[in-house]
Design a protein around this ligand. Structure first.
Ligand code: PLP
Length: 437
């Protein structure tokens, strides 16, 4: 049996209709280096979505491998309840330095688990301050926060949550979101008009609201939509006035994707809970973190008998190997001036996507921020999976251009070289032209 047959005999691939694999089998990757995936057939693919948005520094950085090997020699992983070690302490210091007010860190393994922790902890914190009637969550329309049931409960993504409705909690979705094409859009700085209906919606539930969760600035799974930084300023001011917690889900946006260390930095706001994952280890090992303030922490701090502890854990909470990699990633961002280089990449991405749109006439609503650019396919029949067909064509041409429905986007590693973006643009243009003749 070849590897494809062996794969399909056992593996149920994520986020897939497995019948698609009859005609579009999985590509076999033998190694990955920088922004490229090397295939068993001797060809390469540009990793245009940074392997589901996590490989912020590309593949196979020898500094990360050295940090991992060094850690493996001394301590791989131990229970984090009742123990500590220099690696996890260092990572917690690195994370606490991200914001002025979030000083306490709790760890998990995946993004969804960090979101679960933040939602649970916010509810519990409201109870501990005598606000037990605050049990409702609000989230932005078109938002996405993960696949576990509580995370899915606050995600506005029909197809993904529909069958599981009996397991999900109710959530108030805030609409309409003031979308923008980028930071130069007028609405970026002023969305007062759009804010008013949302404020009205929030005022109706303000006495029972526990927390509002949001992906700051970019809604990833929701077709890479960018919204006004001013919206977050309004939201933060309203939440503060109404004793409602704010949960920033930076699992996709964190660590440079929008050009700044955190996307909330665009709005200069403070939140009560922050979730990070993906880029935390530059996608090398799975670890996620949820940060909160000393104020929230103090609500839980008391004699054990008082029953206020946050009794939540995962086996791999604070995995030491992953923590060592994350510390190394913080160092590489400094050493390689990653944040300083993003503006150049950003401009190049935008310019090349505009060029593809102009040449093909088949992309509209181009939007971009930091190291992400997206456009929607112009098609007669939007229910046809044009994006999926273009994805298959792009694989033949040399790029992993996995779309979001009929939205194409580039989300390459932050250190992708300029010639690779040019190559990606050529491939995207040819793939579109071949499918949408
Ligand atoms: C904004 C956001 N939140 C949460 C998640 C879930 O993270 P994970 O897939 O690691 O559980 C994702 C994943 O893409 C995400 O983009």
């Amino acid at each position: 049996m070849d590897i494809t047959e062996r794969d399909l005999k056992h593996i149920w691939h994520p986020c897939s209709q497995m019948k698609d694999y009859e005609t579009f089998p999985p590509v076999t990757i033998t190694k990955a280096q920088g922004s490229y995936l090397h295939l068993a057939n001797g060809t390469t693919l540009i990793d245009a979505n940074s392997s589901w948005w996590c490989k912020s520094l590309g593949h196979a950085d020898p500094r990360i491998h050295a940090a991992l090997m060094q850690q493996a020699k001394t301590l791989e992983h131990t229970i984090l309840a009742n123990t500590t070690n220099p690696t996890i302490v260092k990572l917690s210091e690195n994370l606490a330095a991200l914001t002025p007010n979030l000083n306490k860190v709790m760890y998990a393994s995946d993004g969804s688990c960090a979101v679960e922790m933040a939602l649970k902890m916010s509810l519990h914190a409201q109870q501990l301050q005598g606000q037990g009637h605050r049990q409702q969550f609000a989230a932005l329309g078109n938002g996405y926060h993960g696949e576990t049931c509580l995370a899915l409960s606050v995600s506005d993504c029909g197809l993904y949550s529909e069958p599981y409705k009996p397991l999900l909690q109710p959530c108030e979705y805030l609409n309409p979101i003031p979308y923008v094409s980028g930071v130069e859009d007028n609405k970026w700085h002023d969305c007062s008009e759009e804010w008013h209906p949302i404020e009205k919606q929030l005022n109706q539930i303000k006495d029972t609201l526990c927390a509002i969760i949001f992906e700051p600035i970019v809604q990833g799974a929701g077709q890479m939509q960018i919204y006004s930084a001013n919206f977050l300023k309004h939201l933060a001011a309203w939440a503060k006035d109404n004793q409602v917690y704010l949960i920033a889900d930076e699992i996709m946006t964190g660590f440079g994707r929008t050009g700044l260390p955190l996307a909330i930095d665009h709005a200069g706001i403070e939140v009560d809970f922050l979730c990070v994952a993906k880029g935390l280890t530059a996608g090398v090992l799975p670890i996620s973190a949820m940060l909160t303030s000393d104020t929230v922490y103090d609500l839980f701090y008391d004699d054990y008998e008082k029953g206020k502890s946050f009794l939540h854990s995962h086996t791999h909470t604070g995995n030491t190997l992953a923590a060592a990699v994350a510390n190394c990633v913080f160092e590489i961002f400094q050493e390689d001036n990653i944040y300083q280089k993003i503006p150049e990449l950003s401009a190049h991405l935008r310019q090349q996507m505009e060029a593809v749109a102009n040449h093909t006439g088949k992309l509209t609503n181009i939007r971009h921020i930091g190291a992400m650019v997206a456009g929607d396919l112009v098609v007669d029949n939007p229910n046809t999976r044009w994006g999926f067909q273009i994805f298959q064509e792009a694989i033949k041409l040399g790029a992993m251009l996995r779309p979001l429905g009929n939205t194409l986007y580039w989300f390459p590693p932050l250190n992708t070289e300029s010639h690779t973006i040019d190559e990606l643009a050529d491939i995207t243009q040819t793939a579109i032209a071949r499918i949408l003749k």
